[in-house]
Write a protein that binds this ligand. Structure first.
Ligand SMILES: CCCCCCCCCCCC(=O)SCCNC(=O)CCNC(=O)[C@H](O)C(C)(C)COP(=O)(O)OP(=O)(O)OC[C@H]1O[C@@H](n2cnc3c(N)ncnc32)[C@H](O)[C@@H]1OP(=O)(O)O
Length: 212
C-alpha cells in the first residue's frame, strides 16, 4: 500500500505551489501575449494528470472523514489552491483557527471577500460541532460584517459551541486581527444539525465511518 503520509506531503506541496500561482495570477501585470502563452502552458500541465479521477461521492484516500483531515477543503485543505489554508487548534474555550487571506481572496480592493469570511467561519464552526462528537451540517448562518478584513493580515478565527439540543447545535464565531484580538471584524451565529445515521449514509455513501 502507498505511504499515506508521503502522499499527503505531495498533495500539500502541489497545493502550496498552486496557491502561490493563484496569488501571482491575481497580482500580475504581465504583458497580454505572455498571459496567452501561459494559458497554453497551464493547459498542457493539466493534461499531465493522467491517473484515475475520483468519483463525485468518493472520499479522497488522503482524507479522514467525518472527524478529520480534508486535504482539498477550500477552507482548511493544504491540497487546495483556494484554501488560505486555515490551521485549527482546540482550546479550552472552543476552536481557534489561524490564517491570512491573499489578493486572490479579495472582495473590495485590499479587503477579503465577505464570502471568504463566511466560509472560514462556517467551516470552523462545523469543526467545533465535530469536536463535541457531533459532525454536523449548517442549517443557518448569520454573519455580521463589522469591519472589513484586510488581506495579508494574520487573522484569528474562533468558534464555540453555545448549545446542544439533541442533534441541533448552536455555535458562535468571530474573526479578529491576530495582533488586536479585541477588535471584532466579523461575528457569526450558526445553527447546525448532525444528520441521523440513515441520512448520513445516503448523503455520504463513500464514508466508511457511516456504513455498517
Ligand atoms: C456530517 C458531515 C460533517 C461534515 C464535516 C464538517 C466540517 C465542514 C463544515 C462545513 C459546513 C457546511 O458547509 S455544511 C453544507 C451546507 N449545509 C447543507 O447543505 C445542509 C442542508 N440540509 C440538510 O441536508 C438537512 O437539513 C440535514 C442533513 C442537515 C438534516 O437532515 P436530517 O438529519 O434528516 O434531520 P431532520 O430529522 O430533518 O431534522 C432534525 C431537526 O433539525 C431541524 N432541521 C433540519 N434541517 C433544517 C433546516 N434546514 N432548517 C431548520 N431546521 C432544520 C428539523 O426541524 C428537526 O428539528 P426537531 O423536529 O428535532 O425540532
Amino acid at each position: 500500500m502507498e505511504d499515506l503520509e508521503l502522499r499527503r506531503k505531495a498533495v500539500a506541496e502541489l497545493g502550496r505551489e498552486l496557491r502561490s500561482l493563484m496569488e501571482t495570477v491575481a497580482r500580475t501585470e504581465t504583458p497580454t501575449e505572455d498571459l496567452q502563452e501561459l494559458a497554453g502552458e497551464v493547459q498542457r500541465l493539466e493534461a499531465r494528470f493522467t491517473g484515475r479521477r475520483r468519483e463525485r461521492s468518493e472520499i479522497p484516500g488522503v482524507d479522514v472523514f467525518p472527524f478529520g483531515l480534508r486535504m482539498y477543503s477550500p477552507a482548511t485543505g493544504h491540497g487546495s489552491a483556494f484554501a488560505p489554508p486555515l490551521e485549527i487548534e482546540e482550546t479550552e474555550d472552543g476552536l481557534v483557527g489561524r490564517c491570512a487571506l491573499g489578493v486572490a481572496h479579495e472582495g473590495p480592493p485590499g479587503y477579503a471577500h465577505g464570502g471568504m469570511s463566511a466560509m472560514l467561519l462556517d467551516e470552523l464552526m462545523g469543526w467545533a460541532c465535530a469536536a463535541k462528537g457531533l459532525p454536523a451540517m449548517t442549517i443557518a448562518l448569520d454573519v455580521r460584517y463589522q469591519r472589513p478584513v484586510p488581506v495579508e493580515m494574520p487573522l484569528l478565527l474562533r468558534a464555540r459551541v453555545t448549545g446542544i439540543e439533541g442533534r441541533k447545535i448552536t455555535v458562535s464565531g468571530s474573526v479578529v486581527p491576530e495582533d488586536d484580538p479585541q477588535t471584532i471584524l466579523v461575528a457569526a451565529e450558526g445553527r447546525f444539525v448532525a444528520p441521523d445515521l440513515d441520512r448520513a449514509r445516503s448523503l455520504f455513501p463513500g464514508a466508511k465511518g457511516y456504513q455498517n
